[in-house]
Design a protein. Structure first.
Length: 135
């Protein structure tokens, strides 16, 4: 017996082949679906435009604040630099500027949790008192 032959009964024979393999089909490529353009929704577009305008308005407000307070500080320097009086308009106007900045985040749409929480409050309040529309 040669080195290349298996002993009889020691291995698979020509009749011991398993089931045929399925035919190969290359995978088909499907590009991912493009997400819907949020700017096509009129309500979202209007909200986005309002937020962009509000941010631009704040930048104008900040620019005018820096220019005017800088001008007042220059007047203070030219007139002798005594008591630093420009601090008072800077603080007053700065408070308004800070509130303007904070207001940029106040108009965010409510989350689903906030809506559910508020609805529960209204439901509890409605069960305890008479609603105005029921009068």
């Amino acid at each position: 017996m040669s080195d290349h032959q298996l002993p009889s009964g020691g291995g698979p024979g020509p009749d011991d082949v398993g089931p045929p393999l399925p035919a190969y089909r290359p995978p088909t490529y499907r590009p991912p679906a493009a997400p819907a353009d949020p700017a096509s929704d009129p309500a979202l577009r209007a909200s986005a435009l309002k937020r962009l305008k509000d941010r631009a308005d704040f930048r104008v407000h900040l620019t005018v604040y820096v220019a005017v307070i800088g001008f007042l500080t220059a007047i203070w320097l030219v007139t002798g630099a005594g008591n630093f009086w420009p601090i008072w308009p800077a603080m007053g106007w700065g408070l308004g500027l800070g509130l303007h900045f904070a207001s940029l985040g106040w108009d965010k749409p409510p989350t689903e949790d906030e809506i559910v929480r508020e609805a529960r409050k209204l439901q509890e309040r409605g069960s305890r008192t008479t609603r105005p529309e029921d009068l």
